[in-house]
Design a protein around this ligand. Structure first.
Ligand code: AOF
Ligand code: ZN
Length: 349
């Protein structure tokens, strides 16, 4: 016989497949078990589509078996009419007698009401199997709903001698600190977050597009800092490839067509970015530099994860890299001439 934990691990595994297409919806995994055998499973469809429970139930060939089954779900089944009807009602209608839930849905419309609905209909409900893992599988959603702030990932690459960029850019002879594969991985990471943020100097020096062109997936909303409108329509970040927000001190006299301008107080950048993300429903952002911007978020203790590429390239001089504080190292990985280290901020979970 398998344990509840084993089936919940399977549900967690499936839930991963639904991210990031489901965002800003959480991605849920559902596994239906009949007499210790998995007879159906599903994850949340792309945003606006059907929920995990619906997909799992639809995948079961012999619906009669549902009446003797247990459904494992990483998140409490919903109780509300959102873009889709309540999953708790469907479970009751299909007469599934047992529901095992990883964690309670923090969304106010649900928040325990799904569990109540099931219990009131006579369904056996167990809550809290692999709770920590289930919350972590939707860390962006939980952070945004519970703390009213985006989940923040910091990313940079530094040289062996601790520089984030050369002092002067040379168009003819660009210096690459990261490598091809690291950059491709970065594009994957971009596709996993709802927003991407950079400072003025990064736009002026690197002219980045901040898209996911090297990896299948959605482009995140681009957010760039430009207090005094130094960045004009010739920069790639202003093109129409994705939604773009400019954080500025005053609205511009000559706005660029597709840019959404947001006036902010530059004395408190992290808090202002928080405000804009809540306004725009951006549940997570990846911050890709430069060092000044990254350092402001570190100093404000306003970050969740950092992903740092350390290269074997030696620059001898350049722009000093970032000083990470309070970080706990999670893992390292070698990628050709780069060492990628993942850090977590333990004081900001
Ligand atoms: C579930 N199963 O797979 C997911 C749930 O607008 P809707 O109808 O898509 O509802 C979105 C809300 O439903 C979302 O904020 C969260 O509370 C819950 N997500 N619930 O039963 C799922 N993704
Ligand atoms: Zn649902």
């Amino acid at each position: 016989m398998h344990t509840h934990e084993q089936f919940m691990y399977r549900a967690l595994f499936i839930a991963q497949k639904g991210l990031p297409a489901a965002m800003p919806n959480p991605s849920v995994g559902a596994v239906i078990v009949h007499k210790d055998t998995i007879i159906g499973e599903g994850s949340t469809s792309a945003f606006g589509g059907s929920h995990a429970e619906v997909n799992a139930i639809n995948s079961v060939k012999n619906k009669e078996l549902l009446k003797e089954s247990t459904i494992y779900v990483t998140l409490e089944p919903c109780s509300h009419y959102g873009k889709t009807p309540p999953c708790a009602d469907l479970i009751v209608k299909m007469q599934i007698p047992n529901v095992v839930i990883g964690c309670v849905d923090p969304y106010a419309e649900v928040a325990g009401k799904g569990i109540d609905k099931l219990k009131n209909a006579g369904v056996n409900v167990i809550v809290g199997i692999l709770e920590k893992e289930c919350i972590d599988s939707n860390k962006r959603f939980f952070t945004f709903i519970q703390k009213k702030r985006p989940y923040i990932i910091l990313k940079w690459a530094e040289s062996a001698d601790g520089f984030i960029a050369p002092m002067e850019k040379n168009e003819q002879k660009p210096v690459w600190i990261s490598n091809n594969y690291s950059r491709q991985l970065t594009h994957k990471w971009r596709s996993e977050e709802m927003g991407i943020l950079v400072g003025t100097k990064t736009v002026l020096d690197d002219n980045p597009s901040l898209t996911t062109r090297d990896f299948v997936g959605k482009n995140p909303v681009r957010i760039y800092i430009d207090a005094n409108h130094k960045i004009d329509a010739s920069f790639a970040i202003t093109n129409a490839e994705s939604k773009t927000i400019c954080l500025c001190a005053e609205f511009p006299l000559n706005p660029i067509d597709q840019i959404i301008y947001k006036k902010i107080d530059f004395d408190n950048l992290p808090a202002e970015v928080n405000r804009i993300c809540v306004e725009e429903n951006i549940q997570s952002i990846i911050i890709e530099g430069g060092s000044q911007t990254l350092q402001q978020f570190i100093d404000a203790n306003f970050w969740n994860e950092a992903r740092v590429f350390k290269s074997d390239v030696i620059l001898k001089e350049g722009i000093k890299s970032v000083e990470l504080k309070n970080a706990v190292q999670i893992s390292t990985q070698k990628i050709q001439n780069n060492i990628l280290t993942y850090y977590k901020n333990p004081n900001n979970d």
